[in-house]
Design a protein around this ligand. Structure first.
Ligand code: GDD
Ligand code: MN
Length: 356
């Protein structure tokens, strides 16, 4: 089998027939062996519509789940049944234009591991969404892109329309929450090349969207779970949390030294910073990089950590100073400096201090 189209459906009675017709129109000219798998959780007569199509059309298959709900889990169930070398996922409501299928298929044939029709590359459009949905969708994508490194270069990481080579998911333990199966694949899949091609997300003709507030909350839970499951993201965010605890330690020690021990300000400040550095080192060693099997002893790791932190302080000051000569206010310059210094320290500690 060359290609499997996997389609999640929930109460789409007025869309299914037309969709199947349009898929045949788009793909028949390619002369390839393809199948269509509906994973259906419908509670209305979509079930009968599908049963009828399956009888007439041997390329169409249905896996009906009784009492189950969930877009992403439906798609994963579809992967287990699909036999194609390439798999394309699309919605059942014609908001994802079937005319694009040959182009996606050809891209996959030419070696792309993942192909994503995108609403956000030049030539694409998310015309099928209202302004509120557009804003929520933008916020959701941005959160995903900040939290997970592998989503950063992808403009439409929450798309429900995408294709990939079967091997991308063959060894991935897919276990998504909610709707966004693509972020699960991007975070856990085995791939090198991702290509995005422009398309217009069309308006729905029949039926209505099943997106809900609950699904938006599920999306956030899904992102957090991926952060905890993907070592590189987990380490980076733990490192940031440890950095924040360092600020708390720093201020607490400073106050104790100054107000209860009457230590001079300059000394108090230096000692507080050293205490924070030591505390950060311990937390990072015990938590952030605890799963790394490094052979190094503390008497190598601690000096490395301290040197990297001192360079980080230099970076912060340099950035603040440079920006302030362009009239950027000092607190803003300092914040930018801290962000860059965080990236620097994380990268260097990951490569040197806790290298495995
Ligand atoms: N099996 C199953 N189970 N299918 C479901 C379920 C479910 O619980 N909920 C929704 N679906 C199906 C719908 O029948 C439709 O085919 C598809 O999943 C998408 O649902 P819509 O309700 O049409 O979502 P949307 O149009 O608001 O958003 C879609 O498009 C966006 C842009 O690509 C989704 O695919 C989004 O994830 C995507 O960002
Ligand atoms: Mn839709």
């Amino acid at each position: 089998m060359d290609l499997s189209i996997v389609i999640p459906s929930y109460n789409e009675r007025d869309n299914i027939r037309h969709l199947v017709e349009r898929i045949h129109q788009a793909l028949d000219a390619l002369m390839i062996d393809y199948e269509i798998w509906f994973v259906d959780d419908s509670t209305d007569d979509t079930v009968e519509v599908l049963a009828h199509i399956v009888e007439m059309d041997e390329q169409v298959h249905v896996y009906h789940r009784d009492h189950a709900r969930g877009l992403a889990s439906a798609v994963v169930a579809g992967f287990a049944r699909a036999t194609g070398e390439y798999i394309i996922v699309m919605d059942a409501d014609l908001q994802h234009p079937p005319d694009l299928l040959p182009k996606i298929y050809k891209r996959l044939r030419h070696g792309s591991d993942i192909v994503i029709p995108s609403r956000f590359v030049p030539g694409g459009s998310d015309g099928g969404l209202g302004p509120l949905r557009k804003f929520i969708s933008f916020a959701a994508r941005s959160i995903g892109q900040v939290m997970l490194r592998r989503l950063r270069r992808i403009t439409d990481c929450t798309s429900g329309f995408f294709g990939f080579q079967r091997k991308v998911v063959e060894h991935a333990a897919l276990d998504p929450i909610g709707w966004k199966i693509l972020i699960e694949i991007l975070a856990k899949g085995d791939y090198r090349t991702v290509h995005e091609i422009p398309y217009t997300f069309l308006a729905r003709d029949a039926g209505e969207s099943k997106m809900s507030l609950k699904e938006q909350a599920n999306y956030l839970r899904h992102i957090l779970r991926l952060v905890s499951q993907i070592p590189e993201d987990r380490r980076f965010w733990l490192f940031c949390v440890v950095g924040v605890t360092g600020v708390v330690v720093n201020i607490a020690v400073l106050c104790v030294l100054k107000y209860t021990l009457a230590v001079q300000d300059v000394f108090a400040s230096v000692i507080a910073s050293l205490a924070a550095m030591l505390s950060n080192y311990i937390w990072n060693d015990q938590i952030t990089w605890q799963d790394v099997g490094t052979q190094r002893k503390w008497n190598t790791k601690l000096p490395l950590f301290v040197c990297i932190s001192i360079v980080g302080i230099a970076i912060t000051t340099l950035v603040m100073h440079t920006l302030s000569s362009f009239f950027v206010p000092v607190p803003i310059g300092q914040t930018v400096g801290i962000l860059l210094a965080t990236l620097w320290s994380y990268t260097m500690n990951n490569r040197l201090t806790w290298r495995d």
